[in-house]
Design a protein around this ligand. Structure first.
Ligand SMILES: Nc1nc2c(ncn2[C@@H]2O[C@H](COP(=O)(O)OP(=O)(O)OP(=O)(O)O)[C@@H](O)[C@H]2O)c(=O)[nH]1
Ligand SMILES: [Mg+2]
Length: 195
């Protein structure tokens, strides 16, 4: 199985984007499973998504980047046995550092052949978050293979370019795509990066 890890600060649009990606993969005949990691209550309707052909597992009450890393490995193993998905999409909590999740998966979940890390940033709040939450935001961007600059429908084009430039300074290797998960803008380009 391939694992797509979606990180990004609280409210950056992770769930919205995850559902769009999952639906596109299912439409392309891939077997997809979702793992939702929430600190508090679960914000996704697993029952409803199962009707769409998406298997959903929930891990809540902590972060899979630290206290619940064992639960993540257990859940991946369980999925491999029961569903055998080609893709697993994991929504991390907003405070997760992907750099702490990837080594655990590599080491203890051998059925995961490939890990892609996607960091989502909210174009409208990027500058503010970079200032207030600098270590977390820079860690999320730094660990990403792909950075999606989201909510471009909310800001001017010049502001989007400013965010993209700043992201590229923090991570020169990552592919950067400007999107609107809600308005489904540029999602094809993003899907291309996930192929
Ligand atoms: N304008 C705009 N709003 C968006 C976009 N994507 C998501 N949102 C909105 O942003 C809010 C948060 O979206 P979620 O998908 O729940 O974000 P999240 O990162 O999963 O949030 P948490 O799991 O609580 O950290 C919701 O009100 C979405 O409708 C976008 O591209 N444009
Ligand atoms: Mg969410």
């Amino acid at each position: 199985m391939r694992l797509l890890l979606i990180s990004g600060f609280l409210g950056s649009g992770k769930t919205t984007l995850l559902l769009e990606i999952a639906r596109r993969l299912v439409a392309a005949s891939q077997k997809v499973a979702i793992i939702e990691n929430e600190v508090g209550e679960v914000g996704i309707d697993g029952q409803y998504l199962r009707q769409e052909g998406l298997e959903v597992q929930e891990i809540f009450g902590g972060c899979v980047c630290c206290t619940l890393s064992v639960d993540l490995v257990t859940t991946l193993k369980k999925l491999e046995k029961s569903v055998r998905p080609e893709r697993v999409i994991l929504e991390a909590t907003g405070i997760a550092r992907p750099g702490d999740i990837v080594p655990t998966v590599r080491r203890y979940a051998s059925m995961v052949e490939e890990i892609q890390v996607l960091a989502l940033v909210d174009a409208a709040r990027y500058e503010m978050l970079l200032e207030v939450m600098n270590p977390l935001v820079t860690a999320q961007i730094g660990a990403a293979d792909i950075v999606a600059v989201n909510k471009i429908d909310e800001v001017e084009q010049a502001a989007v370019q400013g965010v993209e430039a700043s992201v590229k300074e923090l991570n020169g290797e990552a592919r950067v795509v400007a999107i609107s998960a809600e308005q489904k803008t540029n999602l094809e380009e993003l899907m291309d990066a996930l192929r």
